[in-house]
Design a binder for this molecule. Structure first.
Ligand code: NDP
Ligand code: MG
Length: 383
Protein backbone atom coordinates (compact mmCIF):
# COMPACT_ATOMS: atom_id res chain seq x y z
CA UNK A 1 0.00 0.00 0.00
CA UNK A 2 1.21 3.51 -0.77
CA UNK A 3 2.66 5.40 2.20
CA UNK A 4 0.57 8.47 3.05
CA UNK A 5 2.83 11.51 3.38
CA UNK A 6 2.05 14.95 4.82
CA UNK A 7 4.74 17.50 4.01
CA UNK A 8 5.25 20.71 5.98
CA UNK A 9 7.30 23.32 4.12
CA UNK A 10 6.65 21.82 0.69
CA UNK A 11 7.86 24.90 -1.20
CA UNK A 12 11.30 25.04 0.45
CA UNK A 13 14.58 23.35 -0.36
CA UNK A 14 13.87 20.13 1.57
CA UNK A 15 10.17 20.27 0.64
CA UNK A 16 10.80 20.39 -3.11
CA UNK A 17 13.48 17.69 -2.88
CA UNK A 18 11.06 15.49 -0.92
CA UNK A 19 8.51 15.87 -3.70
CA UNK A 20 11.24 15.11 -6.23
CA UNK A 21 11.95 11.83 -4.42
CA UNK A 22 8.22 11.07 -4.36
CA UNK A 23 7.78 11.93 -8.07
CA UNK A 24 10.61 9.53 -8.89
CA UNK A 25 8.65 6.59 -7.45
CA UNK A 26 5.03 7.83 -7.36
CA UNK A 27 3.40 4.43 -6.78
CA UNK A 28 5.10 4.15 -3.43
CA UNK A 29 3.55 7.31 -1.93
CA UNK A 30 0.29 9.16 -1.52
CA UNK A 31 0.70 12.87 -0.69
CA UNK A 32 -2.22 13.64 1.65
CA UNK A 33 -1.31 17.15 2.81
CA UNK A 34 1.03 20.02 1.95
CA UNK A 35 1.81 23.14 3.94
CA UNK A 36 3.73 26.16 2.69
CA UNK A 37 4.35 29.76 3.69
CA UNK A 38 3.78 32.38 1.01
CA UNK A 39 4.84 30.76 -2.27
CA UNK A 40 1.32 30.18 -3.53
CA UNK A 41 2.36 29.80 -7.18
CA UNK A 42 4.64 26.85 -6.45
CA UNK A 43 2.16 25.30 -4.02
CA UNK A 44 -0.48 25.45 -6.75
CA UNK A 45 1.77 23.53 -9.15
CA UNK A 46 2.47 20.97 -6.43
CA UNK A 47 -1.24 20.50 -5.74
CA UNK A 48 -1.89 19.90 -9.43
CA UNK A 49 0.83 17.27 -9.56
CA UNK A 50 0.34 15.49 -6.21
CA UNK A 51 -3.38 16.06 -5.48
CA UNK A 52 -3.33 16.34 -1.68
CA UNK A 53 -6.71 16.60 0.06
CA UNK A 54 -5.57 19.39 2.40
CA UNK A 55 -3.19 22.33 1.97
CA UNK A 56 -2.20 25.15 4.26
CA UNK A 57 -0.52 28.53 3.72
CA UNK A 58 0.80 31.21 6.07
CA UNK A 59 -2.19 33.59 6.17
CA UNK A 60 -5.94 33.79 5.65
CA UNK A 61 -5.46 36.22 2.73
CA UNK A 62 -3.25 33.71 0.92
CA UNK A 63 -5.72 30.92 1.64
CA UNK A 64 -8.54 33.01 0.13
CA UNK A 65 -6.38 33.73 -2.91
CA UNK A 66 -5.56 30.04 -3.38
CA UNK A 67 -8.98 28.46 -2.76
CA UNK A 68 -10.67 29.25 -6.11
CA UNK A 69 -7.62 28.02 -8.03
CA UNK A 70 -7.60 24.53 -6.53
CA UNK A 71 -9.35 21.35 -7.62
CA UNK A 72 -12.82 21.02 -6.07
CA UNK A 73 -12.81 19.35 -2.68
CA UNK A 74 -9.29 20.46 -1.67
CA UNK A 75 -9.41 21.88 1.86
CA UNK A 76 -7.44 25.11 2.25
CA UNK A 77 -6.24 26.06 5.73
CA UNK A 78 -3.84 28.68 7.05
CA UNK A 79 -1.51 29.66 9.87
CA UNK A 80 0.02 27.48 12.56
CA UNK A 81 -3.29 25.72 13.11
CA UNK A 82 -3.54 24.88 9.44
CA UNK A 83 -0.03 23.40 9.48
CA UNK A 84 -0.88 21.37 12.59
CA UNK A 85 -4.02 20.06 10.86
CA UNK A 86 -2.00 19.05 7.78
CA UNK A 87 0.39 17.25 10.14
CA UNK A 88 -2.09 15.50 12.39
CA UNK A 89 -5.48 15.55 10.68
CA UNK A 90 -4.87 14.07 7.23
CA UNK A 91 -4.45 10.41 8.16
CA UNK A 92 -0.77 10.49 7.22
CA UNK A 93 1.55 7.58 7.96
CA UNK A 94 4.47 10.00 8.05
CA UNK A 95 4.88 13.75 8.42
CA UNK A 96 7.97 15.32 6.88
CA UNK A 97 8.73 18.49 8.83
CA UNK A 98 10.60 20.78 6.46
CA UNK A 99 9.48 24.22 7.60
CA UNK A 100 12.17 26.61 8.67
CA UNK A 101 12.65 27.64 12.30
CA UNK A 102 10.97 26.96 15.63
CA UNK A 103 7.57 27.38 13.94
CA UNK A 104 7.96 23.65 13.20
CA UNK A 105 7.56 22.70 16.86
CA UNK A 106 3.77 22.81 17.23
CA UNK A 107 2.83 20.79 14.14
CA UNK A 108 5.52 18.25 15.00
CA UNK A 109 4.08 17.84 18.49
CA UNK A 110 0.57 17.55 17.04
CA UNK A 111 1.75 14.76 14.73
CA UNK A 112 3.52 12.97 17.58
CA UNK A 113 0.40 13.15 19.75
CA UNK A 114 -1.52 11.63 16.83
CA UNK A 115 1.01 8.78 16.77
CA UNK A 116 2.41 9.64 13.33
CA UNK A 117 6.01 8.87 12.36
CA UNK A 118 8.11 12.00 11.84
CA UNK A 119 10.64 12.53 9.06
CA UNK A 120 12.55 15.26 10.82
CA UNK A 121 14.29 17.91 8.74
CA UNK A 122 13.25 20.83 10.94
CA UNK A 123 16.02 20.53 13.52
CA UNK A 124 14.86 23.65 15.37
CA UNK A 125 11.99 21.49 16.71
CA UNK A 126 14.49 19.47 18.73
CA UNK A 127 16.51 22.51 19.75
CA UNK A 128 13.58 24.51 21.10
CA UNK A 129 12.06 21.71 23.10
CA UNK A 130 14.14 18.56 22.76
CA UNK A 131 13.15 17.18 26.15
CA UNK A 132 9.43 17.59 25.45
CA UNK A 133 9.55 16.31 21.87
CA UNK A 134 11.58 13.21 22.70
CA UNK A 135 9.47 12.48 25.81
CA UNK A 136 6.23 12.81 23.79
CA UNK A 137 7.66 10.57 21.04
CA UNK A 138 8.63 7.96 23.60
CA UNK A 139 5.25 8.11 25.33
CA UNK A 140 3.39 7.76 22.03
CA UNK A 141 5.81 5.21 20.57
CA UNK A 142 6.56 7.52 17.64
CA UNK A 143 9.72 7.19 15.57
CA UNK A 144 11.71 10.36 14.82
CA UNK A 145 13.50 9.53 11.58
CA UNK A 146 16.29 12.00 10.85
CA UNK A 147 16.51 13.72 7.48
CA UNK A 148 19.42 16.01 8.33
CA UNK A 149 22.30 14.35 6.44
CA UNK A 150 24.61 14.02 9.46
CA UNK A 151 21.91 12.46 11.61
CA UNK A 152 20.74 10.18 8.85
CA UNK A 153 24.38 9.07 8.57
CA UNK A 154 24.63 8.35 12.29
CA UNK A 155 21.25 6.61 12.23
CA UNK A 156 22.47 4.38 9.40
CA UNK A 157 25.78 3.66 11.19
CA UNK A 158 23.84 2.60 14.30
CA UNK A 159 21.71 0.08 12.42
CA UNK A 160 21.80 -3.23 14.26
CA UNK A 161 24.31 -1.98 16.85
CA UNK A 162 23.87 -1.98 20.59
CA UNK A 163 23.74 1.53 22.06
CA UNK A 164 25.96 0.38 24.93
CA UNK A 165 28.76 -0.21 22.44
CA UNK A 166 28.76 3.36 21.13
CA UNK A 167 31.68 5.45 22.37
CA UNK A 168 31.37 8.64 20.35
CA UNK A 169 29.50 10.37 17.53
CA UNK A 170 31.50 12.47 15.09
CA UNK A 171 29.51 15.02 13.13
CA UNK A 172 31.30 16.34 10.06
CA UNK A 173 31.16 20.01 9.05
CA UNK A 174 31.92 21.45 5.63
CA UNK A 175 32.90 24.78 7.18
CA UNK A 176 30.33 26.80 5.23
CA UNK A 177 30.85 29.74 2.89
CA UNK A 178 33.62 31.40 4.87
CA UNK A 179 35.65 28.42 5.97
CA UNK A 180 38.86 29.78 4.43
CA UNK A 181 38.53 33.23 6.00
CA UNK A 182 39.96 34.45 9.29
CA UNK A 183 37.69 36.26 11.73
CA UNK A 184 39.20 39.58 10.60
CA UNK A 185 38.18 38.77 7.03
CA UNK A 186 34.55 38.36 8.08
CA UNK A 187 34.03 42.07 8.67
CA UNK A 188 31.81 43.54 5.95
CA UNK A 189 31.03 40.28 4.11
CA UNK A 190 27.92 40.52 1.95
CA UNK A 191 24.71 38.49 2.01
CA UNK A 192 25.46 37.15 -1.49
CA UNK A 193 28.88 35.91 -0.34
CA UNK A 194 27.39 34.26 2.73
CA UNK A 195 24.76 32.50 0.62
CA UNK A 196 27.39 30.85 -1.60
CA UNK A 197 27.78 27.46 0.11
CA UNK A 198 30.67 25.40 -1.31
CA UNK A 199 28.93 21.97 -1.25
CA UNK A 200 25.19 22.15 -0.56
CA UNK A 201 22.30 24.04 -2.11
CA UNK A 202 19.89 24.79 0.75
CA UNK A 203 17.42 27.37 2.05
CA UNK A 204 18.79 30.81 2.93
CA UNK A 205 18.59 30.49 6.71
CA UNK A 206 20.47 27.20 6.97
CA UNK A 207 23.10 28.45 4.50
CA UNK A 208 23.82 31.41 6.78
CA UNK A 209 23.73 29.04 9.77
CA UNK A 210 26.43 26.99 8.03
CA UNK A 211 28.62 30.06 7.61
CA UNK A 212 28.29 31.03 11.30
CA UNK A 213 28.59 27.35 12.35
CA UNK A 214 25.27 27.76 14.20
CA UNK A 215 23.99 24.95 12.00
CA UNK A 216 26.63 22.58 13.36
CA UNK A 217 25.79 23.79 16.87
CA UNK A 218 22.12 23.02 16.29
CA UNK A 219 23.13 19.63 14.90
CA UNK A 220 25.12 18.78 18.02
CA UNK A 221 22.03 19.46 20.14
CA UNK A 222 19.87 17.58 17.62
CA UNK A 223 22.22 14.56 17.88
CA UNK A 224 22.12 14.71 21.67
CA UNK A 225 18.33 14.34 21.63
CA UNK A 226 17.96 11.96 18.71
CA UNK A 227 20.58 9.50 19.90
CA UNK A 228 20.42 10.15 23.66
CA UNK A 229 24.14 10.88 23.69
CA UNK A 230 25.96 13.05 26.29
CA UNK A 231 27.62 16.16 24.84
CA UNK A 232 31.00 14.89 26.02
CA UNK A 233 30.64 12.06 23.50
CA UNK A 234 29.78 14.24 20.50
CA UNK A 235 32.59 15.67 18.36
CA UNK A 236 32.59 17.94 15.35
CA UNK A 237 35.19 17.43 12.63
CA UNK A 238 35.92 19.78 9.75
CA UNK A 239 35.62 17.86 6.47
CA UNK A 240 35.49 20.26 3.52
CA UNK A 241 34.33 17.72 0.88
CA UNK A 242 31.07 16.74 2.69
CA UNK A 243 31.44 13.14 1.51
CA UNK A 244 31.61 11.48 4.90
CA UNK A 245 28.29 12.63 6.33
CA UNK A 246 29.13 11.58 9.91
CA UNK A 247 30.47 8.60 11.83
CA UNK A 248 30.11 6.50 14.93
CA UNK A 249 33.00 5.23 17.00
CA UNK A 250 32.44 2.07 19.05
CA UNK A 251 34.04 0.92 22.30
CA UNK A 252 36.46 -1.34 20.39
CA UNK A 253 37.77 1.73 18.46
CA UNK A 254 36.08 0.56 15.29
CA UNK A 255 34.56 3.48 13.39
CA UNK A 256 31.62 3.21 10.98
CA UNK A 257 31.03 6.12 8.61
CA UNK A 258 28.33 6.81 6.04
CA UNK A 259 29.46 8.28 2.72
CA UNK A 260 27.80 9.71 -0.35
CA UNK A 261 27.74 12.73 -2.61
CA UNK A 262 26.17 15.76 -0.92
CA UNK A 263 22.57 15.33 -2.11
CA UNK A 264 19.73 15.61 0.40
CA UNK A 265 17.50 13.31 -1.64
CA UNK A 266 19.41 10.32 -0.27
CA UNK A 267 18.69 10.97 3.44
CA UNK A 268 15.17 12.19 2.56
CA UNK A 269 14.36 8.94 0.78
CA UNK A 270 15.99 6.84 3.50
CA UNK A 271 13.59 8.39 6.03
CA UNK A 272 10.63 7.88 3.68
CA UNK A 273 11.34 4.21 2.98
CA UNK A 274 13.14 3.15 6.20
CA UNK A 275 14.08 0.40 6.84
CA UNK A 276 14.09 -0.40 3.13
CA UNK A 277 16.36 1.07 0.46
CA UNK A 278 15.51 1.81 -3.17
CA UNK A 279 17.34 3.50 -6.06
CA UNK A 280 17.41 7.32 -5.95
CA UNK A 281 17.71 9.81 -8.81
CA UNK A 282 21.16 10.84 -7.54
CA UNK A 283 24.78 10.47 -8.67
CA UNK A 284 26.89 7.51 -7.52
CA UNK A 285 29.84 8.30 -5.29
CA UNK A 286 33.14 8.00 -7.15
CA UNK A 287 35.89 8.07 -4.54
CA UNK A 288 38.63 7.62 -7.11
CA UNK A 289 37.45 10.82 -8.80
CA UNK A 290 37.23 12.59 -5.44
CA UNK A 291 40.88 11.59 -4.89
CA UNK A 292 41.46 12.95 -1.43
CA UNK A 293 39.34 13.65 1.63
CA UNK A 294 40.51 16.24 4.14
CA UNK A 295 39.92 16.67 7.87
CA UNK A 296 40.81 19.24 10.51
CA UNK A 297 39.80 19.90 14.10
CA UNK A 298 37.10 22.51 14.68
CA UNK A 299 38.45 25.82 15.92
CA UNK A 300 36.11 27.04 18.68
CA UNK A 301 37.74 30.51 18.66
CA UNK A 302 37.18 30.94 14.93
CA UNK A 303 33.63 29.60 15.30
CA UNK A 304 32.33 30.85 18.67
CA UNK A 305 28.74 29.87 17.82
CA UNK A 306 29.77 26.22 17.99
CA UNK A 307 31.29 26.73 21.44
CA UNK A 308 28.09 28.51 22.53
CA UNK A 309 25.94 25.64 21.26
CA UNK A 310 27.87 23.10 23.29
CA UNK A 311 27.50 25.38 26.35
CA UNK A 312 23.76 25.76 25.74
CA UNK A 313 23.32 22.06 25.21
CA UNK A 314 25.14 21.19 28.41
CA UNK A 315 23.38 23.98 30.33
CA UNK A 316 20.03 22.75 28.99
CA UNK A 317 16.64 24.16 30.00
CA UNK A 318 15.70 27.25 28.00
CA UNK A 319 19.27 27.98 26.82
CA UNK A 320 19.00 26.12 23.48
CA UNK A 321 15.58 27.74 22.89
CA UNK A 322 17.11 31.18 23.30
CA UNK A 323 20.16 30.31 21.18
CA UNK A 324 17.97 29.17 18.31
CA UNK A 325 15.34 31.92 18.51
CA UNK A 326 17.90 34.76 18.80
CA UNK A 327 19.75 33.26 15.85
CA UNK A 328 16.60 33.08 13.71
CA UNK A 329 15.91 36.76 14.15
CA UNK A 330 19.57 37.74 13.73
CA UNK A 331 19.83 35.73 10.49
CA UNK A 332 16.63 37.28 9.12
CA UNK A 333 18.02 40.73 9.92
CA UNK A 334 21.34 39.91 8.24
CA UNK A 335 19.51 38.60 5.15
CA UNK A 336 17.45 41.81 5.15
CA UNK A 337 20.62 43.91 5.08
CA UNK A 338 19.99 45.33 8.54
CA UNK A 339 23.04 44.04 10.41
CA UNK A 340 26.60 42.84 9.74
CA UNK A 341 27.42 39.16 9.53
CA UNK A 342 29.43 39.25 12.76
CA UNK A 343 26.48 40.83 14.59
CA UNK A 344 24.67 37.48 14.33
CA UNK A 345 26.96 35.82 16.83
CA UNK A 346 27.11 38.95 19.00
CA UNK A 347 23.31 38.95 19.21
CA UNK A 348 23.20 35.27 20.17
CA UNK A 349 25.86 35.79 22.82
CA UNK A 350 24.12 38.84 24.29
CA UNK A 351 20.78 37.02 24.41
CA UNK A 352 22.38 34.10 26.26
CA UNK A 353 24.15 36.43 28.71
CA UNK A 354 20.95 38.28 29.55
CA UNK A 355 18.67 35.26 29.69
CA UNK A 356 17.59 33.83 33.02
CA UNK A 357 17.62 30.13 32.35
CA UNK A 358 14.70 27.93 33.37
CA UNK A 359 15.74 24.37 34.14
CA UNK A 360 12.86 22.19 33.00
CA UNK A 361 10.57 24.40 30.92
CA UNK A 362 7.09 23.41 29.79
CA UNK A 363 5.74 24.44 26.38
CA UNK A 364 4.42 27.74 27.65
CA UNK A 365 7.76 28.65 29.22
CA UNK A 366 9.52 27.67 26.02
CA UNK A 367 7.19 29.90 24.01
CA UNK A 368 7.92 32.72 26.47
CA UNK A 369 11.71 32.27 26.26
CA UNK A 370 11.51 32.01 22.46
CA UNK A 371 9.53 35.22 22.25
CA UNK A 372 11.77 37.02 24.75
CA UNK A 373 14.85 36.08 22.70
CA UNK A 374 13.20 37.23 19.46
CA UNK A 375 12.30 40.61 20.90
CA UNK A 376 15.77 41.13 22.31
CA UNK A 377 17.44 40.02 19.07
CA UNK A 378 15.28 42.46 17.12
CA UNK A 379 16.20 45.34 19.44
CA UNK A 380 19.99 45.00 19.36
CA UNK A 381 22.16 46.81 16.79
CA UNK A 382 19.36 49.08 15.66
CA UNK A 383 20.64 52.29 14.13
P1 NDP B 1 13.58 26.83 3.12
O1 NDP B 1 13.72 28.22 3.59
O2 NDP B 1 14.06 26.49 1.77
O3 NDP B 1 12.05 26.39 3.20
C1 NDP B 1 11.28 26.69 4.32
C2 NDP B 1 9.86 26.24 4.11
O4 NDP B 1 9.09 26.69 5.23
C3 NDP B 1 9.20 26.80 2.86
O5 NDP B 1 8.32 25.87 2.32
C4 NDP B 1 8.43 27.99 3.42
O6 NDP B 1 7.31 28.36 2.64
C5 NDP B 1 7.96 27.40 4.74
N1 NDP B 1 7.51 28.47 5.64
C6 NDP B 1 8.16 29.62 5.90
N2 NDP B 1 7.40 30.39 6.70
C7 NDP B 1 6.27 29.71 6.94
C8 NDP B 1 5.10 29.98 7.69
N3 NDP B 1 4.93 31.12 8.32
N4 NDP B 1 4.15 29.04 7.74
C9 NDP B 1 4.29 27.87 7.07
N5 NDP B 1 5.37 27.58 6.34
C10 NDP B 1 6.36 28.47 6.28
O7 NDP B 1 14.27 25.90 4.22
P2 NDP B 1 15.04 24.52 4.03
O8 NDP B 1 14.23 23.60 3.20
O9 NDP B 1 16.44 24.80 3.68
O10 NDP B 1 15.07 24.00 5.53
C11 NDP B 1 13.90 23.50 6.16
C12 NDP B 1 14.32 22.83 7.47
O11 NDP B 1 15.14 21.71 7.14
C13 NDP B 1 15.15 23.73 8.38
O12 NDP B 1 14.85 23.45 9.69
C14 NDP B 1 16.59 23.31 8.06
O13 NDP B 1 17.44 23.49 9.17
C15 NDP B 1 16.40 21.83 7.79
N6 NDP B 1 17.43 21.25 6.93
C16 NDP B 1 17.59 21.70 5.66
C17 NDP B 1 18.57 21.17 4.84
C18 NDP B 1 18.71 21.61 3.42
O14 NDP B 1 19.50 21.02 2.67
N7 NDP B 1 17.99 22.62 2.96
C19 NDP B 1 19.48 20.13 5.33
C20 NDP B 1 19.20 19.69 6.66
C21 NDP B 1 18.21 20.24 7.43
P3 NDP B 1 7.33 29.52 1.50
O15 NDP B 1 8.63 29.38 0.77
O16 NDP B 1 6.14 29.14 0.70
O17 NDP B 1 7.17 30.81 2.20
MG1 MG C 1 23.02 18.89 8.29
Amino acid sequence: MAKRIALLGSTGSIGTQTLDVIAHDPERYDVVGLSAGTNVALLLEQVKQFRPGVVSVATKELADELRPLLPAGTRVLYGDEGAAEVAAGTGADMVVTAVMGSRGLKPALAAIEAGITIGLANKETLISAGHLVTAAAKRRGVCLLPIDSEHSAIFQCLNGESRDDVARLTITASGGSFRDRTREQLAGVTVAEALRHPNWSMGAKITIDSATMVNKGLEVIEAHWLFDMPYEQIDVLLHPESIIHSMVEFVDNSVIAQLGNPDMRVPIQYALTYPQRFPTPTKRLDLAAAGRLHFAPMDMVRFPCLRLAFECGKGGGTLPTVYSAANEVAVARFLGGEIEFLAIEAIIETALERHERLADPDLEQIAYADNWARELAASLYTA
